[in-house]
Write a protein that binds this ligand. Sequence first.
Ligand SMILES: [Zn+2]
Length: 74
Amino acid sequence: MKCYSCSSNRILRSRIRIADIARLFLLQLPVRCHSCYERAYAHFSTVLRLGSAKRKMRRNERIAKRFDRDSAAA
Ligand SMILES: [Zn+2]
């Protein structure tokens, strides 16, 4: 899957909001491009194959924390 605005393939599942409920009936789920941060919708079968933004964010936080600790020790 590619971003419609910047054609990046860094697309991740986005958090579902109240405003997304109408889209859920059309079997569409929110996705977010992590290159341009554009939010869009995609069919759920496509979205389920993508990773979740939450999981990626947590991993990034863990890496950042480790980096902070290492630079504080140095
Ligand atoms: Zn994009």
